[in-house]
Design a protein around this ligand. Structure first.
Ligand code: FMN
Length: 204
């Protein structure tokens, strides 16, 4: 990992959805969480919590949640993809949907609100969890592990709390399937900077 430049990780950290079933050593999983845990949080609250799911039965249940919400979400575009790129992404989302239960580790990023939360409230402190998620994704890339941030499986928070035995004070914000990639890593493709930034103000 030490020879891997941060820039390489940032510019080559594609969502890797097609993953091998090979086990990921526990020390690598712990490195991912340790990296996530270095991220900043509002008021340094450090209330992001991480569940690394390896149990087959629990993975099945999360995979079922993912299918329940991913199928209707992608159905319209699947019938009529807007571009070859979108078609490729949707094919990968379908692959992930069909294989999620076989992926060696499903990491669920949570936030502990210290009081019961529901509805849109669960996103209030999302900014204190996502920096850790990005640290995790970049570290996975540096370790040669494939990963992708996902949220569809977590739409029914009550169901997820039940599956993972989370307290009602926890919100589950992101599910990151992790494993060795079946395909090749490659550069991300993004809009040019000139299109997405202005100096000083947006309008001239
Ligand atoms: C907030 C957020 C939610 C996402 N939810 C899902 C999801 O539910 N399922 C999925 O397959 N990918 C999900 N993704 C991954 C995005 O589709 C992916 O990051 C984006 O298409 C860019 O992919 P690339 O880095 O390979 O170019 C999510 C990403 C983010 C940041």
């Amino acid at each position: 990992m030490s020879n891997f430049l941060l820039k390489d990780a940032i510019y080559n950290c594609r969502a890797m959805r097609r993953l091998k079933t090979d086990e990921v050593p526990e020390d690598l999983l712990l490195q991912l969480i340790d990296a996530a845990n270095q991220a900043p949080s509002g008021s340094n609250s450090q209330r992001a919590r991480w569940i690394v799911v390896r149990d087959a039965e629990v993975k099945q249940q999360l995979a079922a949640q993912n299918r329940l919400h991913a199928e209707p979400y992608i159905a319209p575009n699947l019938k009529n993809p807007s571009s070859p790129q979108q078609k490729r992404m949707l094919d990968a989302v379908v692959w992930q949907m069909d294989h999620m239960h076989e992926i060696p580790a499903l990491i669920v990023a949570c936030f502990d609100y210290l009081q019961a939360v529901s509805g849109v409230e669960i996103y209030r402190q999302a900014g204190s969890v996502w920096p850790g998620i990005q640290n995790l994704l970049l570290t996975a890339r540096a370790l040669g592990l494939g990963a992708a941030p996902t949220t569809l499986a977590l739409r029914d928070q009550d169901a997820v709390r039940k599956i993972l035995k989370l307290p009602e004070t926890f919100a589950a914000l992101c599910l990151i399937p992790v494993g060795y990639p079946l395909g090749k890593f490659g550069p991300v493709s993004r809009r040019p900077v000139a299109e997405i930034m202005r100096f000083d103000a947006w309008e001239k």
